[in-house]
Design a protein around this ligand. Structure first.
Ligand code: ADP
Ligand code: MG
Length: 678
């Protein structure tokens, strides 16, 4: 479809083998790639400032004419200074050019030019040194500025881009169906391309961007939906409307409104003929487990089993305890199935599951091993879904008779992203925290105050509380592990030698991990030095203080998750973020956490500051890199694109129709590039 555009850039006029190597370095291989190498920003010549009012020492755009050229002034051998007087009728200034005689010679007195550069001097005598100079007569009024590589200049790239645009003009290439363009008020692709690179003014740029952002988000939405629909089952296990009032009454607390609504959502979903596909999104401590238990109880009342999967043994164990506490009094049998059970025990549990003896099965992914047979699996709940591998999810989905699915996430993914990642998942949000929770007081300090911070931790331990010290293990490498170990040793033999210090990291064998965690829960350990394995869900109400080392290395959302480990009981809790890298940016970022305790807000900030690519620390969410859309900004377009994608796919699920072939190609491109990037 894209025919000629698929040709290597070197066939463009003005691009030879040598320059095409430079393009290769920027991942630009074809003419098509070049067209999608969008400007980083633009210099708008349409609204030049006046020399009189232009600020000093900032990049400004001026428009005026050369009044007079001064004689060349050699400074020393090989270095000349050229000067010219320039006016825009509000004031004059002196252009200063070092050495570039050819630039100077090309300037003509009386002609109009744009200057881009920084003014220096004072109100009376203004100078601009080595500005970019463009003759007004043959200059695009808005200049694109591109990401470059060494050896390539803006001017060259702009010229090549003009050639690429000519190639695009040479034949009609329009991937969007006409009705989609009409309904969304979009300009044509060739207009968009022309104007994203060389807009006449900011308005045409806007039009162009709208179109390209829409394309990108539509493509993304479509790809995600297509992946999903391929695994979408038809009928599920339809349930009847049974009351769960006993559950509400048996709970030791009153559910929040959000929790109640979420359970009602699930109950409604599970009565539909399509399986439920719902995400419960709730900040740390918002009480997602109680929602899960409610849904499980509803399945139980309908005679179905529920499986709950957690990413770690620790969490599985904890969920088991919670669910058991909530459900056992109601006569529901809950069982824990993890990899660390003895072979014999495992066999026995599995027999019980197959016989339908247990209504709720909690476990790690060992649970999904082929050998586990359920009697009547009706509901599958996963905690922290994005931590699971894709295969594991798929395998679980294949169990039973198309069970209903409930996903719990404590990562408060901004809705924009959730829509993308989870596609057609329905979402219930737990907005408020249970009553009586106090926010975790959060301080950011530099390494200089480390000793004092340790003292503060000690104070808590002396009051009978427990604490965490978290250090990042960025690489998961042996040397990082060594660092963590020796750090823990230092603490336990030094500052905290009078306390019981434990160490927890991801490289410990599961049963060892379990042991450490159990000791911490039972207060046989006062201070737990840990990597981020404590990040999710671990619940020790007596823990009231957390210190996080190298806090600058974490994303805000992750820090927020981490601090959610404290403040879970009745004690006032604190979190100290330590950084040895207190740049303005870092300090500003960490300060957000002192002020803000809402996970959703924090995740929005994170998204703004770090971009969606970084959002989960890595690209586990499987989203391709975007070139022009910004998911933290382009929410409206995303929602529209999502709607359009659904519409198109409902008519043509595989994009087989001729009018959709352009779209199909876009989807394939985006996801192909994603795979090769990983
Ligand atoms: P998360 O959403 O982080 O998984 P949990 O489900 O672990 O949160 O709940 C955190 C704690 O709050 C648990 O001890 C749980 O029993 C308690 N909890 C849950 N809901 C409520 C509520 N409505 N009122 C009081 N406490 C609650
Ligand atoms: Mg949880």
């Amino acid at each position: 479809m894209i025919g000629e555009l698929a040709r290597p850039v070197k066939y463009l006029t003005g691009v030879g083998p040598k320059r095409s190597e430079l393009y290769e370095r920027m991942d630009v291989h074809t003419v098509y790639d070049l067209l999608y190498h969008f400007p980083r920003y633009y210099i708008d010549m349409n609204e030049p400032q006046t020399i009189r009012d232009a600020p000093l020492n900032e990049t400004v755009v001026l428009k005026g004419r050369i009044v007079r050229k001064l004689p060349e002034a050699p400074i020393r051998r090989g270095l000349s200074v050229y000067k010219a007087v320039f006016t825009d009728d509000t004031a004059d200034l002196t252009i200063v050019i070092y050495n570039a005689g050819f630039v100077f010679k090309s300037l003509e007195v009386g002609h109009e030019y744009y200057l881009v550069g920084k003014l220096s001097g004072n109100m009376i005598r203004r100078e601009i040194s080595s500005p970019q100079i463009y003759p007004v007569r043959d200059t695009d009024p808005v200049q694109p500025v591109y990401r470059l590589t060494e050896g390539l200049t803006q001017k060259q790239l702009r010229m090549n881009m003009h050639s690429a645009l000519e190639a695009l003009d040479g034949f009609v290439y329009e991937p969007l169906p006409a009705d989609v363009m009409r309904e969304n008020g979009l300009c044509s692709l060739s207009y968009a391309m022309q104007n994203v690179h060389f807009p006449v003014d900011m308005h045409t740029l806007e039009l162009a961007k709208n179109r390209l952002v829409f394309d990108e988000l539509l493509t993304l939405a479509m790809g995600m939906l297509m992946m999903k629909s391929r695994s979408r089952e038809k009928a599920g296990c339809v349930m009847k409307n049974e009351s769960v009032d006993e559950y509400y009454e048996a709970l030791p607390f009153e559910l929040t409104k959000g929790q109640r609504n979420a359970i009602e959502d699930c109950i409604k979903d599970m009565q539909q003929e399509h399986p439920m596909n719902r995400l419960i999104q709730g900040d740390v401590g918002s009480g997602k487990t109680a929602v899960a238990a409610g849904a499980a109880y509803f399945a139980y009342k309908n005679g179905f089993q529920t499986a709950l999967m957690a990413p770690t043994e620790i969490l599985a164990g904890q969920h088991y305890e919670t669910l058991n506490a909530f459900l056992e009094p109601l006569g529901v049998k809950v069982v824990l199935l993890t990899g660390s059970l003895t072979q014999k025990k495992k066999e026995k549990v599995k027999e019980g599951i197959a016989a339908g003896e247990y209504a709720v099965v909690v476990g790690t992914h060992a649970l999904v091993q082929k050998s586990t047979e359920f009697d009547r699996l009706g509901l599958v709940i996963t905690d922290e879904q994005h931590r699971f591998g894709v295969e594991q999810r798929a395998m679980l989905a294949g169990k039973g008779d198309n069970p209903h699915k409930l996903v719990m996430s404590a990562t408060p993914i901004p809705r924009t992203l959730a829509l993308m990642i989870y596609g057609d998942l329905d979402i219930s949000v737990l907005k408020e925290l249970p009553k009586g929770r106090q926010p975790v007081e959060t301080y950011a300090v530099t390494g200089k105050l480390r000793e004092r911070a340790f003292g503060f931790v000690k104070q808590h331990l002396d009051e009978g509380r427990q604490g965490y010290i978290v250090c990042p293990m960025i690489e998961e490498s042996d040397s990082d592990l060594q660092d963590v170990k020796s750090y823990a040793k230092q603490l336990s033999e030094g500052f905290f030698k009078d306390y019981r210090v434990g160490l927890l990291h991801g490289k410990l064998a599961p049963d060892k991990k379990e042991k450490v965690m159990k000791k911490f829960k039972e207060h046989e350990i006062d201070l737990l030095v840990s990597t981020t394995v404590v990040e999710v869900g671990v619940d020790v109400p007596n823990a009231a203080i957390m210190l996080i080392e190298n806090a600058d290395r974490f994303g805000l959302s992750q820090l927020h998750q981490l601090r959610g480990r404290v403040g879970r009981g009745q004690y006032k809790s604190s979190c100290i973020l330590v950084t040895d890298n207190p740049t303005d940016e870092v300090v500003q970022r960490l300060k957000i956490l002192s002020k803000c305790h809402d996970g959703f807000e924090i995740s929005q900030e994170d998204l703004k500051l770090r971009g969606p690519g970084d959002f989960f620390g890595s690209r586990q969410h499987g989203l391709p890199k975007l070139k022009i859309a910004d998911m933290s900004q382009d929410m409206d377009v995303l929602v529209r694109a999502q709607g359009t994608a659904k519409e198109i796919l409902s008519r043509d699920p595989e994009l087989a129709a001729g009018e959709n072939s352009g779209l199909k190609e876009l989807v394939e491109r985006l996801f192909e590039q994603n795979v090769s990037n990983d």
